[in-house]
Ligand binder design. Sequence first.
Ligand code: TRP
Length: 331
Amino acid sequence: MSLSKSIIFSAIQPSGQLTLGNYIGTISHWMHMQDIYHCIYSIADLHAITVNQNKKLFRKNIFDTLALYLAVGVNPKKSIIFLQSEVQEHCQLNWILNCHTHFGELMRMTQFKKKSKVNSSNINIGLFNYPILMAADILLYQSHKVLVGKDQMQHVELVRDIAKRLNFLYGHIVTVPEVYIPNINGAKIMALLNPNNKMSKSDNNINNVIFLLDNHESILKKITRSVTDSDNKIFYDIKNKPGISNLLNIYSSLTGISIAVLENMLMNTTYKHFKLLVAQSISEKLLQLQEQFYYFKNKKNYLRDILDFGACVAKKQAKKTMKKIYNVLGL
Ligand code: TRP
């Protein structure tokens, strides 16, 4: 790695099919990042086992996630792509960071509070510890920036606090990362039937979610049925018109046209027609993506090689940081 570019880290859990929210919020930005930064893109499988996984399906999801990374244009010659569980240093650093994080800090995490409600029969310590494993992911690589969706901002703030604490106690040993949210206004895509909640791949109702592998009929059906309001005027008002605002966000992100210009363009358009336009723009993007996805998905050996290579490169970097940390701790 040359020192001239800064390091950016991002990851996604392979806990299910990726969604339009993941695409717009994070992975659609990954390709362009490669020219500006040293990019490290991880598949966070250890994070995904905070809920029980079916082994076969989990393996499939891991490789599907990798194929999607490639489909959006992540290039293994430019970026490090690796599977989190294949670099053991993540768990090793996780323990050390556990000992530098306070119970109260984790108790404040809104995602933990939400997830424990949804997951009330399995509120395991991993779910609680989740942001500390993120801290290990990020700090191991001395990342300057962390690319996340808006919902992960609080976690990255915590990572910064942990990093500052380490540096305060032991001298400068880790880089304090900055959060990078690519498109702060459009970053959070909401559930279609309940636009006050985030679009999430683990939603129980699939009609809330556009999956990246959905076909045109299903996209059209889901968008047509999405919840809006009854005043038939298209403008952005997240509070009073969360459904229409969500569709405007999606449309603006996919077409690159600003919301203000869209509001003007769509002044005399009915909701019905608007929904058709949104569905078309999604289909166009996703069909392209799917073609690439299936191309890579079939290259099993190639995918395995990418992970092997990625883990090897990542490990080198991770070991360096671990050595430094062991050293200052007297381990
Ligand atoms: N928690 C992130 C998400 O669900 C995924 C993730 C795991 C991550 N480790 C990370 C993101 C480190 C950024 C940095 O979106």
